[in-house]
Design a protein around this ligand. Structure first.
Ligand code: NAP
Ligand code: GLV
Length: 327
């Protein structure tokens, strides 16, 4: 360091998935050439020569599932950037300092992916594609009557950055879409409800229920037997939020009883979904491996870099997590 020159910003990447740490390190270094970007030695990618040198004290950290001792080892952190939209994993971290600012990704390319995933599922439902797949296993030829868009009213729980994007996409595709949020919201072409007094009405108007709310104390187990029973007959559940929003046993019971026609699940209480879990082999459940909207590292690193620049200019940034609300 040259005397009188400010020290370069030090950024630490702490990601639990092998490969992701290096991808983030490279993308951030490309966006922030003046910064010193290193990988936390307590993570898979930082365990070898790519790990931060001893004594590396970071100003900011970026990542997912950071090691249990990360915050004790990094006492000078000014904030942590989640490399995803959700922060429930960080809020449950036992070592997270109470006052450390947490900043999450806002869309960063995920909205388009999530919207396409949900539209694809709706079109599969409308076209009876699951029934045709089942017929094919029996070499059975029978044309079925599909559903019109009007027969598949959609309800989205959580109309934030991603939910609003999905809602607009589905409304543009011709579906009737309602949203349910924690507070009042305006989304073009979409009626958004809020408040306990509107919850039953929202469910009763919905045939395809899409979950896009964060996991919080309020949303855990939100979708139980009573909620599923309120949906229009022959309903569907698409969970792209977090597994803990749904009571697993109630979902299976509703499918077995025929209250619900099908479910598409991208997220689970335990991930990877254990091989013994009944969801894997249920004839009316489609499982995808938390792949509806993967983090787009290059776009996301650009967003983190832009937020760091805004903070350096003394400006407020979006995506700052409200610890009391839990998202
Ligand atoms: P966001 O912008 O914070 O939006 C959250 C929405 O949920 C807001 O509309 C909020 O209401 C609503 N909400 C919060 N608590 C609620 C409650 N108790 N009842 C009803 N609505 C409630 O978050 P986002 O960026 O859209 O992301 C949403 C979630 O998607 C993330 O938390 C994450 O769990 C999940 N996700 C999954 C994947 C995947 O690959 N499967 C990828 C990215 C994200 P207000 O508008 O009133 O605040
Ligand atoms: C993924 O689940 C995310 O929260 O970005």
């Amino acid at each position: 360091m040259i005397a009188g020159m400010p020290a370069p910003m030090r950024l630490l990447v702490a990601h639990s998935e092998p490969g992701a740490g290096r991808a983030w390190r490279d993308a951030l270094a490309a966006r922030l050439p003046a910064a010193h970007v290193a990988i936390d030695p307590g993570t898979p990618d930082g365990a070898g020569p790519d790990g931060a040198p001893p004594g590396f004290e970071a100003d900011w950290a970026v990542g997912w599932g950071p090691p249990a001792d990360l915050f004790a080892r990094q006492p000078r952190l000014r904030g942590f950037f989640s490399s995803g939209a959700g922060v429930d994993h960080l809020l449950r971290h036992p070592g997270l300092p109470a006052a450390l600012p947490l900043i999450r990704l806002e869309d960063a390319g995920m909205g388009e992916l999530m919207a396409d995933y949900c539209l694809l599922e709706l079109l599969r439902i409308a076209g009876r594609h699951d029934a045709y797949a089942a017929q094919q296993t029996r070499a059975h030829w029978e044309e079925l009557t599909g559903y019109t868009r009007a027969e598949l009213p959609v309800g989205i729980v959580g109309v934030g950055v991603l939910g609003a994007h999905v809602a607009r996409h589905l409304a543009r595709a011709g579906f009737t879409v309602r949203g349910f949020a924690r507070g009042p919201k305006l989304v073009d072409g979409v009626e958004v409800m809020h408040g306990a007094s509107r919850w039953q009405e929202f469910l009763e108007a919905t045939r395809v229920l899409i979950l896009l709310a964060p996991r919080t104390a309020e949303t855990e187990d939100l979708i139980d037997a009573a909620a599923l029973a309120r949906l229009r007959p022959g309903g569907w559940l698409i969970n792209v939020a977090r597994g803990a929003l749904v009571v697993d046993a109630d979902l299976v019971a509703a499918l077995d009883a025929g209250t619900l026609a099908g479910a598409t699940l991208d997220v689970f209480r335990e991930e990877p979904l254990p091989a013994s879990h009944p969801f894997w082999h249920h004839p009316r459940i489609r499982v995808t491996p938390h792949s509806s909207a993967p983090t787009q590292v290059a776009v996301s690193a650009a967003q983190v870099a832009a937020k760091l620049a805004a903070i350096a200019r003394g400006e407020a940034v979006g995506g700052l997590v409200d610890r009391t609300r839990g998202y």
